[in-house]
Design a protein around this ligand. Sequence first.
Ligand code: NAI
Length: 331
Amino acid sequence: AMDPVRVLVTGAAGQIGYALVPMVARGAMLGPDQPVILHMLDIPPAAEALEGVKMELIDAAFPLLKGVVATTDVVAACTGVNVAVMVGGFPRKEGMERKDVMSKNVSIYKSQASALEKHAAANCKVLVVANPANTNALILKEFAPSIPEKNITCLTRLDHNRALGQISERLKVHVSDVRNVIIWGNHSSTQYPDVSHATVKTQGGEKPARELVANVEWLQGEFIQTVQQRGAAIIKARKLSSALSAASSACDHIRDWVLGTPEGTWVSMGVYSDGSYNVPAGLIYSFPVTCRDGEWSIVQGLTIDEFSRKKLDATAEELTEEKALAYSCLS
Ligand code: NAI
């Protein structure tokens, strides 16, 4: 039998946490044969709710679930974890300054970075979901210097999946027949959903999505805005954030990272920039990646036209500013 993998979910009593933990326990993240032990962390005001989630996990009698740790103690939560999904954070509230929100998250991610560095399993893979996701991941990286930078990522797979969904709706094709969209940059409204290299499987073979949509105005306008604003549209409709799709996409992110991307398919991940595509090195930026043997690599050699270049640069600029803001919170 396979040894269980320990999966940490922070903010586990929250909305995304509640959607995510049963997916992990059912094998949606690590595969249908991989036993798991769930570590769930939240803060003391949510401790009772967290206990309730633990009760439900027991009641659901998941065959793959070999144990549950539900705790408000960061050290207990991080000890021995192989995968860490960081969903807990401080949300922006009405009337709060950006700097105040950043400052709260910087201090959370600084302390959780240290706990992971000291107590997680060697080679632990980290996915930051909580916003500002890219910059929280960067802070985590800075304060966990012994965790290799290639092990620290943030979630833009939800945006990626939203882009696939919009193309599939537009062309009335199955979403699984669309591939190789790209989300560039920040998980924010400056992200750039790019279909320049996307393809669609048709009866006549694989065709460029651009050619099939045949409407540049829509692709460069409404499509981009719809993907960028989708989170807000869901909050408006549900009065709650997009928890189901965020949780599902977090599973996609880890699954592809650990088990590999299908041949010829790439996905979007927020990763530490090495300067590819002239994106400033040292930002956590969303790139197209392929994964193999548990490691991602940035897809190289894609042509970037002038329209795309501007979009790549604008979202990089926002991330550079966010980084400066985060650093100003440290001093
Ligand atoms: P939520 O407010 O329902 O849950 C957040 C949970 O985190 C709460 O239970 C809270 O008590 C907990 N928490 C707060 N501080 C913590 C700490 N220091 N340690 C551990 N837990 C802590 O929020 P929801 O809807 O689950 O969203 C979570 C985060 O994910 C938010 O930051 C949201 O903006 C972000 N998000 C990111 C997406 C992405 O694609 N990257 C998509 C959707 C949401």
